[in-house]
Design a binder for this molecule. Sequence first.
Ligand code: BGC
Length: 515
Amino acid sequence: MTSIKWWENAVIYQIYPRSYQDSNNDGIGDIPGIISRLDYIAGLGVDAVWISPFFKSPQKDFGYDVSDYCDINPDYGTMDDFDKMIAKMHDLGLKLMIDIVPAHCSDQHPWFEESRQSRDNPKADWFHWVDPLPDGSAPTNWLSFFGGRAWSWEPRRQQYYLHNFLPEQPNLNHANPEVTEAFVQIAQYWFDRGVDGFRIDAVHTINADTAPYRNNDANPNFVPGALPQQQQPFFRQLHDSAQLNQPSIQRFSEAYRACADSYDRDIYLMGELHGDDPIKASQTFTEDGRLHATYNFNLLAWDGLDVRGIKEAITSAVQAFNGTGRLSFAFSNHDVPRSATRQLKPLGLGPESVEKMQLLLLKLEACLIGSTCVYQGEELALDDVRDIPIDKMQDPWGIEFAPAFLGRDTCRTPMVWRQDAPHGGFSTANQTWLPVAKSHLPKAGLDAAERDGSVYREFSAFLKWRKSQPAFMSGNTMSDISGDDHTLIFDRVSEAQTIRCTFDFDTLTAHFEEL
Ligand code: BGC
């Protein structure tokens, strides 16, 4: 029945490996732990798995600071474990996507260790090195996502280097074709091992020809949001005027697409990107010969969305991409508060409704065009964990701004598997890297998979049904959304079938009718 490629309508399950399953009692999740849970994932009925970074890394940003892109961090296991994992996934009919971080690496990557030594070593221009202004200050007004300036000083070179995130995450200089070529080789390394696709981290923050490094313009539309005071200066600037999303990034997209296309199987390249105008940026990144799709942030609003907000969020993205699989929606990930908590207030619901609401949101995203990413624990309606003691916090972004802002630990606590097991079955260590939430225990995964009526079981049944419907499986078209402040109604349309999808936020139920 299917005439579209696997990734165009895939339901992708996102694993944060540090918090999935510990197998060697060190309190940290690992690849053998993931292997032991693959039957649970396959049982849910998803099509693919995306695993956040497990490469060698000093873990300053928990794997998004890579010091060797072709090796596994010892905390997570070995390459042999990886090979076993991918083989088992493929046996179970699951595709594997991994997370590639091409915009920056760790300051402990040998590339940066060499580059920072002098102005004339072989890696001297692999990063963005810029002289200070005449008064000694940083070259531009650019700020880092995590607070503070995007420039740090290197005394050995008497220059500043660029980092859009932590100072320990120096930005690579993709204006140098050797850098992009190094990333093509990294891609080949993983494709040759059988990987089916990449989630490409923060592609809009790749910096190529950004010299002569102009200042960002001020953002005339700035509205103070949920982020703490200290973070707000970042959003007072328009980044696409100079710092991010510059046209030269597309040389990277094109090199990656050419690499993916050189394989005789369908490899999926999904870029995580944001921008001052995210839809326009997504269109640019997915032009012919570039990335297949981009990861859309519209449904990830930090404070959640009411029904009208959800409708607008979907509509604005769908209008740009209807009829294609070039976008991917998500309600949760490892960077935002969990939807089970975030969405209650704007939808006017209390905690007693959390499971019904979560199931409705899961079904809704699975009915949209394009792929969808389900974050570990959404299938259990796990809530956001907001009572982690400050001295147990791990996320550098949260630590910078706590207690005004809790950062991302709230959605990264370990998965729970059995209500009655120590640490919910995540680990047998005395202490886990982040505490297991007591509130999660009654929702433990293996228990839920055995319990009639659980979110896991209901979503699994729904995904099974969805797979048998041509409206979802052989086309990527949907009608405009109608409804009111409580209801969303749209049709999924393929040549063979039209299904009317109704999401009722009063009764928290979804209805499907073949027209
Ligand atoms: C990832 C974050 C990470 C950042 C820097 C993001 O978009 O999802 O977790 O901190 O990129 O790599």
